[in-house]
Design a protein around this ligand. Structure first.
Ligand SMILES: Nc1ncnc2c1ncn2[C@@H]1O[C@H](COP(=O)(O)OP(=O)(O)OP(=O)(O)O)[C@@H](O)[C@H]1O
Length: 246
């Protein structure tokens, strides 16, 4: 059930983005209900990161109507309602993991008295408890991306926008993180999660397939498979993105 009018966390109406003089997102229509875990998939360069950036409100030259939690994307009032984990992971190299998260907790408006508990919870959720006092500069790429993920989820935003949060992680961690994303969705958080890994995508309630900036499909994994006559999402994906034969 929606927690706000209409029950939609996200509504896109003919959304387009021009980058480097090219239209890299084009005519995207989308409706995402509150509490949905939406996987955003598609070939490299298809516009996934750009669309996520538009939702977060950090992308320039967005056209069309894009409404996030009932407000126009980029509205300053949304800042604390959205957790964003960008692809490059925005964390400070010269701070420890815990210092980074304490900073993120303060920036997210968590009261001083609640910050340590929120940081500890997030450390456990991304399985970084053992590295809390290490400098981020000394971590592996996968560990660093988990610091960014912990920073995004820490304040329990209503909308989580995660750009390839599981890149560089082993299968066990990936499985655990997807279980965590599903648990957040079950609690009413809306999640947009981009991924290249198709067996991960299969775990989403709904998938958005983008190619060359356009929506190729927006469906449940089951419907995608039955529509394409395939048995796994990877094959469905291939049959949908393969260029049409003339
Ligand atoms: N800063 C930029 N300036 C100009 N064009 C850009 C910029 N960043 C991305 N693009 C272009 O925009 C298009 C969409 O890129 P985007 O990063 O959104 O794709 P993606 O689906 O997230 O790709 P990937 O899976 O490789 O991360 C691509 O053609 C890319 O070359």
């Amino acid at each position: 059930m929606g927690r706000h009018a209409g029950g939609l966390a996200l509504e896109a109406d003919r959304v387009g983005v021009v980058r480097g003089g090219r239209r890299v997102v084009d005519g995207v229509d989308l409706a995402v209900p509150v509490g949905q875990l939406l996987g955003v998939v598609g070939p490299s360069g298809g516009g996934k990161s750009t669309l996520l950036r538009a939702v977060v409100g950090v992308q320039e030259r967005v056209s069309g109507r894009l409404s996030v939690l009932g407000r126009p994307a980029g509205d300053p009032a949304l800042r604390r309602d959205i957790g964003y984990g960008p692809q490059s992971g925005a964390v400070y190299q010269d701070l420890t993991v815990r210092q980074n998260l304490a900073y993120a907790a303060a920036a997210a408006g968590i009261r001083r008295s609640g910050r340590a508990a929120a940081v500890d919870r997030a450390l456990g959720e991304v399985d970084l408890g053992g590295l809390a006092d290490r400098l981020v500069a000394s971590l592996s790429g996968g560990q660093r991306s988990r610091v960014a993920l912990a920073a995004a989820v820490l304040a329990r935003p209503r909308l989580l926008v995660l750009d390839e949060p599981t890149v560089g992680l082993d299968p066990v961690l990936r499985r655990d993180l997807w279980a965590f994303f599903r648990a957040l969705a079950a609690d009413g958080t809306t999640l947009l999660v981009s991924s290249h890994v198709m067996d991960e995508a299969e775990r989403c309630e709904s998938l958005l397939l983008l190619r060359e900036g356009r929506v190729v499909a927006h469906d449940t994994p089951e419907d995608l498979m039955s529509r394409t006559g395939t048995r796994d999402v990877g094959s469905a994906f291939l049959s949908l993105v393969e260029p049409d034969t003339p």
